[in-house]
Design a protein around this ligand. Structure first.
Ligand code: FHN
Length: 443
């Protein structure tokens, strides 16, 4: 018996050592595809920017501007900004309600700011007292409540984490001199604060996604990003990490500007790729003009625009990460709730053309038709947001001879014909739902 136990212990140690040293940057395309599959199929996520900046809500000393950047925009000294922690007491925060809003909208994952650039931790961190438990009157672990609500609802839980940190003395960047401290030791911040907090987040809340940001500071390098990527994947091999873990992204266009950049997907911000891409990518966008809550920002995108964005992004092979900025009371602004509910009504009818689909190089025809395909290629979807008369015409895809053409949300097959290479489909007089409609064809 003793020999077997000894052998088992040695084998376990060897395997765990192998995992601990594995270079995940050399992962095969097939291994990456397997790990990314759920994310690729999910297509639609909800972004949440929430922290101390919800307290000033876009105004400081009577002047507007800033949202989650208010500390930098108004050059607020750390000691003054810290006072917002004592005012952050979101008694109306209800994690289950936030997750319901996300799930009812059709979102399959949530990414929330564990720590934004201001350095405030909205979880019970043992690494700092500048967190929700020690520095605020709220004293509830927001990430614990939200991660548990996500798990109960079958929604994947992700975290946005800023590399840049305007609160930690050693994190100070020469690009933000007003927060500067004498001789900051960035490596010390990285190794004794940033990485331990990330390890703590993985251990406590088991996120499926880590969404980095604030990587543009000169103190951060691609080499540190690659090292951090491996460090995190060794802690949780299935973790999905964006390309802002390193320095690969090309500005707001978000895709990698060089080969083998660290990170699993590109991150266009407030924009959609101009064309389809076979690379993994996700467009993050706001519902109004700001990421963090701004009390006077009533410039809400229409639900038509939100649905059009989701369809266009899906047809080009990407994911859509749509942001809400909850108030200091812990409430999602009502105009956002309304729009997300309307997106959910649309998804109830049309999600078959969104989830578990792949983009097509010929992803569009004109301005009002987009195409997606089921992963197995057996079905194609023609999504249109404008109808002239009671028919829809397209030529870039052709239904198989003798096959049936269906309208999602309508139970009877539709009459269709081909004239001079153009498919013409007769539509019901009353189309189901609003914003856009989907034909399901066998290509
Ligand atoms: O500076 C941040 C900004 O506050 C926000 O978090 C967006 C959304 O990801 N990213 C950065 C701006 O590019």
């Amino acid at each position: 018996m003793k020999k077997i136990n000894l052998l088992a212990i040695v084998m376990t140690l060897l395997v765990s050592h192998a995992f601990a040293q594995k270079n995940y940057l050399q992962e095969s395309k097939a291994e990456k595809a397997k790990r990314m599959q759920w994310w690729d199929d999910a297509t639609f996520g909800m972004f949440i920017h929430w922290g101390l900046y919800a307290v000033p809500a876009g105004e400081y000393n009577g002047k507007g501007g800033g949202a989650e950047w208010i500390m930098e925009t108004h050059k607020i000294p750390v000691s003054a900004y810290e006072k917002f922690a004592g005012q952050f007491n979101p008694q109306q925060f209800n994690a289950k309600e936030w997750v319901r809003v996300a799930k009812d909208a059709g979102a399959k994952y949530i990414v929330i700011t564990s720590k934004h650039h201001d350095g405030f931790s909205i979880w019970d961190s043992k690494i700092t007292n500048y967190d929700i438990m020690d520095a605020s009157p709220f004293k509830r672990d927001i990430l614990k409540e939200l991660s548990e609500a996500c798990k109960a609802a079958g929604i994947q839980f992700g975290l946005y984490h800023s590399i840049m940190d305007w609160h930690q003395p050693d994190a100070k960047s020469k690009d933000y001199p007003h927060q500067s401290t004498e001789n900051p030791d960035f490596a010390k911040y990285r190794d004794e604060y940033l990485k331990p907090q990330l390890a703590e987040l993985i251990k406590k809340y088991n996120p499926s996604i880590l969404w980095f940001d604030g990587e543009w500071i000169p103190e951060w390098t691609e080499e540190q990003g690659k090292d951090l990527y491996n460090y995190l994947r060794r802690l949780k091999p299935s973790l999905i990490i964006n390309n802002r873990v390193g320095k690969g992204r090309s500005g707001m266009q978000g895709m990698n500007k060089y080969e083998n950049a660290a990170g699993d997907f590109g991150t266009p911000e407030q924009e959609i790729l101009k064309n389809a891409s076979q690379d993994y990518w996700e467009s993050c966008m706001t519902l109004n003009n700001n990421w963090g809550f701004v009390k006077n920002d009533n410039n809400w995108k229409s639900t038509q625009t939100l649905v059009d964005n989701l369809v266009d992004i899906t047809a080009k092979g990407g994911n859509y990460l749509l942001n809400i900025g909850p108030s200091a009371e812990g409430l999602i602004p009502e105009p956002g709730v309304v729009r997300l509910a309307e997106m959910g009504q649309w998804m109830k009818i049309n999600s078959e053309a969104i989830y578990n689909t792949k983009g097509l190089n010929n992803y569009k025809e004109g301005e009002h038709i987009r195409f997606t395909s089921s992963n197995n290629g057996k079905s194609a979807y023609v999504i249109f947001n404008k109808v002239a008369g009671n028919e829809i015409k397209f030529s870039l895809l052709t239904p198989k001879a003798g096959s049936k053409v269906y309208l999602l949300g309508w139970d009877k097959p539709l009459a269709w014909s081909i004239k001079d290479g153009t498919t013409v489909v007769k539509l019901p007089a009353e189309l189901p739902g609003s914003f856009a409609w989907t034909l399901k064809i066998q290509p």
